[in-house]
Design a protein. Structure first.
Length: 319
């Protein structure tokens, strides 16, 4: 099968076309013919080993797994003998979790991994970019008890995780202010934000109002910068998981203060993807698709995503 692999860390040019064996599904796996995958912020970070500690998981000197790509949408081509939930011909989407392997024509997927049937009305490219952004957003929002009318500020609302946080918070009837550049302001408003602050025109840190939740969705702010904007019971949530977030959390904990900081790595659960699937089917949420690249353009898609300015998500059309 055709694939794109990388044998060393580096620039997008380390990604090259390759030919690999088509995988054989085990008893509890599906063989999925991939129609679309994505390039996420996590993909370029693994490709370039940025930051360095990524190597402790991906391989110290060179990548242990040469096949990148974390999410997929496609059609079930074969099912293992123990699989009862899916059938040949089902349109499915899912995430590989901490593994990877979707820059290829086929992938063998464990039925217990985050995997679901694609709701009607969603293209393969749209479905392929749902899991990482929405599962991450859903994981973190479950840690705060969002109630109708709560005031939420999302910094970096135009990213994959930010735009998913926005829609999940609106599904809970929160009042959401999104911060992004003016080039993204109009679609962010259309996607549900009650108010948008363009960071190139206005400084959100001088707002006089207070928030129940402030989300640092792309790592361009910090707890220190925003803590004066939190209500006494307010929480700061960072999915960017920068070292400074962990240090601020440690300082709060050691200082015996009430913990306001939520940070960590999102767990990706099959049950959570089922919730996302229902919300998609009810048209309560939908992914924002910035660009679709062809399979041969995976290195170009990496160059674009690495700039950190993609709007929502970037998909790869595989077949
Ligand atoms: N903890 C976890 O488990 C987990 C899970 C998934 C992702 N992540 C991490 O979460 C982060 C976000 O990923 P992502 O894919 O959503 O987005 P991304 O590709 O990292 O960010 C793209 C967005 O960032 C916005 N942006 C850039 N500079 C900004 C600034 N100064 N202020 C506000 N917004 C700015 C851009 O909007 P403008 O062009 O409008 O500036 C663009 O829409 C990444 O670091 C990723 O690795 C962590």
């Amino acid at each position: 099968m055709k694939a794109f692999t990388f044998k060393r860390y580096g620039e997008p040019t380390v990604l090259n076309p390759d030919t690999l064996e088509k995988p054989e599904p085990k008893a509890n796996e599906l063989l999925v013919k991939i129609h679309a995958t994505s390039v996420t912020a996590g993909d370029w970070r693994v490709r370039s080993a940025t930051p360095f500690p990524i190597r402790f998981h991906s391989g110290i000197l060179k990548p242990k797994n040469t096949l990148l790509g974390h999410e997929f949408a496609g059609v079930v081509e074969m099912v293992g003998e123990e699989v009862v939930e899916f059938q040949v011909g089902d349109r499915v989407f899912g995430s590989m979790g901490m593994k990877s392997g979707t820059y290829a024509e086929y992938v063998a997927v464990d039925v217990e991994s985050p995997l679901a049937k694609i709701p009607d009305g969603l293209s393969f490219e749209e479905a392929a970019v749902v899991p990482i952004g929405f599962l991450s957003a859903y994981h973190f929002l479950q840690k705060v008890n969002l109630k109708p009318g709560m005031k939420v500020l999302i910094h970096g609302v135009s990213g994959s995780v930010g735009s998913a946080m926005l829609q999940l918070a609106k599904a809970k009837d929160a009042y959401v202010i999104g911060v992004c550049s003016s080039k993204n302001a109009s679609w962010v408003k259309k996607w549900g934000a009650d108010q948008v602050i363009s960071y190139d025109k206005e400084n959100f840190t001088s707002l006089s109002e207070k928030f129940d939740l402030i989300i640092n969705a792309v790592g361009k702010t910090s707890f220190r910068e925003i803590k004066h904007l939190l209500n006494p019971e307010g929480k700061y949530l960072s999915n960017d998981a920068a070292l400074s977030d962990y240090l601020d959390l440690l300082t709060q904990t050691l200082g015996g203060k009430k913990e306001q900081i939520i940070v960590g790595i999102a767990e990706q659960k099959k049950t959570d993807l089922r919730v996302i699937q229902s919300l998609l089917a009810e048209r309560k949420i939908r992914p924002y698709l910035d660009r679709v690249y062809s399979f041969n353009e995976i290195p170009a898609a990496h160059t674009y995503v690495e700039k950190g300015r993609k709007a929502g998500n970037v998909a790869i059309h595989v077949a």
